[in-house]
Design a protein around this ligand. Structure first.
Ligand SMILES: O=C(O)CCC(=O)C(=O)O
Ligand SMILES: [Fe+2]
Length: 215
């Protein structure tokens, strides 16, 4: 018998990733605190600020590039897409960690993630993103949504800006409020869970948001 075929040569089980998989399967979302260390978050926040100061953020639009429009009554954040091929040094660690997780998900759950896309987002005081689903009418490739919060340690719950996820429960639903704590990553099923960003009441809310896509 050729035992090589059955050997899992370089697979090391990762308990944190296993928890993500369990939570996604059971609840359609997973919250990972300290996915990024506070040093990593400091670097990424600095990078976001450098890019912002270079004036390259745009008012976020709704719809995709084929039917894009901006509407402040739906979302008020400013975004800048990050291209992995041109990642700044401080962004490389971000992609390394994300790619490691994606490789694990593909290997253990056969998710078939072939592409990712990420953008920085800044929500100034007073802005929000109304309840929505992360899939476009003309494009269903987004499988998992991922939000990484880059706020600093001074972020407090009274700043608002919670991510509220609507979870089906019985005949109705339950709203789960998630505080955008630094280092926290939230992953959820793009085609299943509606969600919103509650108004930011103080300070500005910083994040990287992205999607793991099937093709
Ligand atoms: O920033 C968040 O918590 C969620 C953002 C979001 O829903 C989106 O960009 O589609
Ligand atoms: Fe969203």
């Amino acid at each position: 018998m050729n035992t090589q075929l059955f050997e899992q040569v370089d697979f090391i089980e990762n308990p944190a990733y296993e928890q993500v998989i369990t939570d996604l399967l059971e609840c359609n979302y997973a919250i990972v605190d300290d996915f990024f260390s506070s040093e990593e978050i400091d670097e990424l926040r600095q990078s976001l600020k450098e890019v912002y100061e270079a004036d390259s953020f745009k008012k976020a639009a709704i719809g995709n590039k084929f039917n894009e429009e901006t509407d402040k009554t739906i979302r008020g954040d400013f975004i800048k897409w990050i291209n992995e091929a041109e990642a700044r040094p401080k962004e490389r660690l971000f992609f390394e960690k994300i790619n490691d997780l994606v490789a694990y998900l593909n290997r253990t759950c056969f998710l078939g993630i072939l592409q990712t896309e990420f953008h920085y987002a800044i929500y100034p005081k007073g802005t929000f993103y109304k309840r929505h689903l992360d899939t476009f009418q003309n494009d269903d490739r987004r499988k998992l949504s991922m939000v990484c919060y880059l706020n600093d340690d001074s972020w407090v719950a009274s700043n608002g800006g919670e991510l509220t996820i609507y979870l089906p429960e019985g005949n109705g639903e339950r709203a789960l409020d998630i505080i955008p704590k630094p280092g926290r990553v939230v992953i959820f099923e793009s085609q299943i869970l509606e969600h919103e960003v509650k108004p930011v009441l103080a300070s500005e809310r910083l994040s990287i948001t992205g999607w793991l896509k099937t093709r």
